[in-house]
Ligand binder design. Structure first.
Ligand code: FES
Length: 270
């Protein structure tokens, strides 16, 4: 993470925000002056202040998505000055503070832009396409029963660490917004790898990668052309190495599926 400068002096900025009344309405940028801001307020708190002012004037507040405001849920899908989640590396929009900006700066705020993420209103996009990909294979079907001892299933530390790295993905969609192809391969590869690396994820390992990739393609996400903008924009620094891992899994699963007797295709084994 890039260290932010700390500042005690209040700043004033101009917010240039994408306003769009609905999915089928034309949108445009509208400027809002934001004066005398505490530099230690978060970017979303600054939007709250702007919205308070708009409501007091009887104007429509800016719609933006948020939930946890702690970098956990992946809801705060803002492109700030051309970068998904703003100027700082490895943090979400909600963890961005006004001290990251200069006094007098014009800050351009847009929604994530990708055909599979249609705009709902202003800065809010519909990212339910990610839910559909998850439903296609992002699960395990074994009975988990009562919680067992943490070390009951031995897993090498390096494998456990890698699975945890993949599990960092919060499904925000910044990887899609950053990619010129609107590729979702970083997201899908993180979900595929998170489960495929662990013993519990082996029964559906082949069907998982085949179904999740097929669903990703059917929803209009593009392919990966190795630009790595996805991992650069990821608020959790998920590595693009997982894309290569998913591609290997996909090729293996495709071969196994092609040569497997039809009667055996329903239950995959690794
Ligand atoms: S609001 Fe949850 S990650 Fe930003």
């Amino acid at each position: 993470m890039v260290a932010e400068k700390s500042s005690a002096k209040n700043i004033s900025v101009t917010l240039r925000v994408w306003r769009q009344a609905g999915p089928a309405q034309p949108g445009k940028f509208v400027d809002y002056p934001a004066k005398d801001l505490n530099p230690n307020m978060s970017f979303l708190e600054m939007l709250d202040v702007i919205n308070d002012g708009l409501e007091q004037k009887g104007e429509e507040p800016i719609s933006f998505a948020h939930d946890c405001r702690e970098g956990i849920c992946g809801t705060c899908s803002l492109v700030i000055n051309g970068k998904p989640h703003g100027p700082n590396k490895s943090i979400a929009s909600c963890q961005t503070y006004m001290r990251s900006f200069s006094d007098g700066e014009v800050i351009v705020v847009e929604p994530f832009r990708a055909a599979p993420f249609p705009i709902v209103k202003d800065l809010v996009t519909d990212r339910s396409a990610f839910d559909k990909i998850q439903q296609a294979g992002g699960f395990i079907s074994i009975r988990t029963g009562a919680a067992c001892d943490a070390n009951a299933t031995p897993i090498p530390k390096e494998v456990a660490d890698l699975a945890m790295d993949a599990a960092q993905c919060i499904g925000c969609g910044a990887c899609v917004a950053a990619c010129k192809n609107s590729s979702a391969m970083l997201f899908v590869s993180a979900k595929v790898s998170q489960l495929g690396l662990l013993p519990q994820g082996q029964p559906e390992r082949d069907s998982r990668v085949l179904n999740m990739v097929a669903t990703m393609d059917s929803l209009g996400f593009g392919n990966c052309t190795n630009q790595y903008e996805c991992s650069a924009a990821c608020p959790k620094a998920v590595s693009h190495d997982f894309i290569a891992r998913m591609n290997r899994d996909y090729i293996t699963a495709s071969f196994r599926s092609a040569f497997r007797p039809k009667s055996a295709a329903a239950g995959d084994g690794a």
